[in-house]
Ligand binder design. Structure first.
Ligand code: URA
Length: 434
């Protein structure tokens, strides 16, 4: 079986066998397939799609590329949460500690920035000292002691996803339903969970631009989970504007701290609490979803999630004081204000543009070996529906290097739509797939 034949057959829309898919994953992970052929294969999948059989086979092969963590001897129901990727999406760092503080065991395997979207691992690594490279034994130990731990996919766990994820990021092959579904679900099935809450983002700042595509992705992941005997619920949530006000790694950690102290933005709090409630419900801490919502709300008000995040940061080598003293986080050296060209209502903020601008000044990667600048990003001053004056500040761009600031500022200016009338308010949670 030659790889070029697999690429050709996928390009022509044929269904590959599980053996062929396994061969691709094994050989690419093993370094026997060069990046240029793997890129062509990914692009063929992007255009031709995959059947449920193929996506199951791809997920299984990616899962089999590393170890599956056995958490059965740790008491409690293990529930993780994962987002398909958004801009300013820091809900994992809020929902997970709230759920863990309620008694759910949360093994969380997260990803890095992908395309214009941020990644939980990069946000955590902006905390001085924080280690995301726990060994499996350390991960298990921390779950037993703290009830929550963050890791990244590694050479031990789901290594195929690590390689493919980085390659997709720089070959314009991220926005593919089967590639996203297999990437997420292979990591999730490797970490020994009982249940999973998915946040499938839809809108300008998401990989899925239309609700019908988001629904298909949600159904595909829920189906993969069900066939693997896991309870999975997916929320489809709007990502037409950034979530909260902060976009950028250290800036988002600051907003997480405020939100866990019940002083965060309303949209971010709303989605995070609903995700936490679903984790609490699937974690069997509450008999009904209504009860789970009350518990999540109470934990937020008590500051229990905030204390849990501090405990976990300390356990993973980080300086937990950053949640109170933001000057301990990496800070930008320059700031550029983006002003409104006219008075009116903010009728749209294109989240993709904001994410691209943040990536352009160092918050994301242009090649897979680039390092992230944790200090940079964007703080919005207004959100959709707010009134602005002519010359009023729309947002601030924080940077450490002047290089791409002019270009990023132009992009951000284009992200804002100012209209005479206030736009209609819409709930962020659009649909549930289970
Ligand atoms: N998150 C992942 O883990 N993988 C993707 O492909 C997209 C979002």
């Amino acid at each position: 079986m030659r790889i070029v034949d697999l690429i050709q057959r996928k390009r022509d829309g044929e269904e590959l066998t599980p053996e062929e898919i396994a061969r691709f994953v094994e050989d690419y992970t093993g370094g026997e397939i060069p990046d240029y052929q793997a890129s062509a294969f990914l692009m063929a999948v992007y255009f031709s799609g995959m059947s449920d059989h193929e996506v199951d086979a791809l997920t299984r092969s990616m899962l089999a590329s590393g170890a599956t963590i056995d958490l059965s001897d740790i008491p409690g129901v293990k529930v993780d949460k994962h987002s398909t990727g958004g801009v300013g999406d820091k809900t994992s760092l809020i929902a997970a500690p709230i759920a863990a503080s309620a008694g759910v065991v949360v093994p969380m395997m997260s990803g890095r920035a992908l395309g214009h979207t941020g990644g939980t691992l990069d946000k955590l690594e902006s905390i001085p000292g924080f280690r995301t490279d726990l060994s499996i034994e350390e991960f298990r130990g921390q779950l037993a002691s703290a009830g929550m731990a963050f890791i990244g996919q590694s050479a031990e766990v789901a290594p195929a996803d690590g390689k493919l994820y980085a390659l997709r990021d720089v070959t314009a092959t991220v926005e593919s339903i089967p590639l996203i579904a297999s990437s997420i679900m292979s990591k999730k099935l490797a970490e020994g969970i009982d249940a999973l809450v998915l946040d499938v983002k839809v809108g300008s700042g998401a990989f899925m631009k239309r609700q019908v595509e988001a629904r298909r992705l949600a159904q595909m992941m829920v189906g993969i989970g069900r066939r693997a005997d896991k309870r999975v619920q997916a929320l489809i949530t709007s990502m037409n504007q950034p979530l909260g006000y902060a976009v950028g790694n250290a800036l988002e950690v600051m907003e997480v701290s405020q939100t866990l102290q019940n002083a965060g933005p309303q949209d971010l709090t709303r989605v995070s609490l609903e995700l936490a409630a679903r984790m609490i419900y699937l974690g069997k801490v509450a008999a009904t979803l209504e009860e789970a919502r009350e518990i999540a709300q109470r934990k937020l008000l008590e500051g229990a999630g905030y204390l849990k995040l501090k405990e976990v940061i300390t356990a993973q080598g980080g300086n937990a004081q950053v949640l109170d003293r933001f000057e301990l986080l990496p800070n930008a050296t320059g700031v550029r204000e983006i002003l409104s060209p006219r008075a009116g209502f903010v009728s749209a903020i294109d989240a993709a543009y904001v994410g691209q601008a943040a990536a352009m000044i160092g918050g994301g990667r242009a090649t897979k070996d680039d390092t992230i600048d944790p200090a940079v990003g964007v703080i919005l001053e207004v959100k959709t529906g707010h009134r602005v004056d002519s010359g009023g500040v729309l947002c601030r761009l924080y940077y450490t290097n002047e290089a791409n600031v002019d270009e990023a500022a132009d992009l951000i200016e284009d992200a804002f739509r100012i209209s005479a009338n206030a736009p209609e308010e819409r709930d962020l949670i659009l649909e549930v797939v289970s």
